[in-house]
Design a protein around this ligand. Structure first.
Ligand code: SF4
Length: 265
């Protein structure tokens, strides 16, 4: 039996205490002001990705009693962060809805987006409003419309078949519905994490996984695909980064479809 090296959960990213984190110097997003719509110190998500830098998703009982930030709290915190950035001469490229979980699960997500747009237009008109989402809620009409009101949508797809998504995202996903939803929301950037474990149980870089993934990408026809691998400690400690060759092989497959692909190794 293979013995896997593993990292302690002590190295996970701490959950956020409030709405704002950063600004962060991001390889993909430039200088990004993180906006966490999730309850403080409570990871709530429709996925439980093995690679999640925030650790495991809270069990359903812990999600029910969570205290989500109000629209007013989100706007006040974001406005204060923008004022602080201005005072320090920091140029923000993006305000990014992300945080420790799935931002579209906020009960007032459309209202939050509308208020953030107003704030951005008034106080920081050159800053782009973006989201990182796992795309599992985008078939809901009110969520779709709010997503379209943002400037940029970075949506997750780590595989093109149910088995791969069950292994990597630890969720029972209706993959056909997910692909159909993604293909009808434009423009989007698809973000894809490639990982494997040393036992060969989890691996979304195999030829079979890549073939179903590329078939999905061909249907979705995103504006661009961002491919990357582990850069931080994952929830499942024995998970390993995918090798550079696997990232580039995937990107080459995407480009062969006539779609831009960028690798962040
Ligand atoms: S979708 Fe994002 S927040 Fe949710 S478990 Fe996966 S990596 Fe973590």
């Amino acid at each position: 039996m293979t013995t896997c090296a593993s990292l302690s959960a002590d190295h996970l990213m701490p959950l956020h205490e409030g709405v704002i984190y950063g600004p962060i110097a991001s390889r993909r997003l430039g200088t990004s002001l993180g906006v966490n719509l999730l309850p403080p110190r409570r990871k709530i998500c429709t996925f439980n990705c093995l690679y999640c830098q925030y650790g495991w998703t809270a069990p359903p009982a812990a999600q029910v009693e969570a205290a989500w930030p109000s629209v007013t709290e989100v706007i006040e915190a974001t406005s204060a962060a923008l004022a602080s950035a201005r005072a320090h001469g920091t140029v923000i490229d993006r305000m990014t809805l992300a945080g420790h979980g799935e931002p579209t699960l906020h009960p007032d997500f459309p209202e939050v987006v509308a208020a953030l747009r107003e704030l951005r237009d008034r106080e920081a008109p050159r800053v782009r409003l973006a989201i990182l989402s796992n795309a599992t809620t985008i078939d809901r009409a009110r969520i779709r419309q709010a997503l379209l009101d943002l400037d940029e949508r970075f949506l997750k797809l780590d595989g093109g078949d149910a088995d791969t998504l069950r292994h990597v995202n630890a969720a029972a996903v209706d993959v056909e519905r997910l692909i159909t939803s993604l293909s009808s929301l434009r423009p989007i950037v698809v973000q894809t994490m490639l990982v494997r474990d040393c036992e060969g149980i989890i691996d979304n870089t195999t030829p079979a996984a890549r073939a179903s993934y590329l078939a999905a990408i061909a249907r979705i026809a995103p504006a661009s695909v961002h491919i990357y691998t582990l850069a931080r400690t994952p929830a499942l400690a024995r998970l390993e980064p995918a090798p550079a060759e696997a990232l580039h092989a995937c990107a080459d497959g995407v480009r062969a479809l006539g779609i831009e692909a960028r690798v962040f190794g």
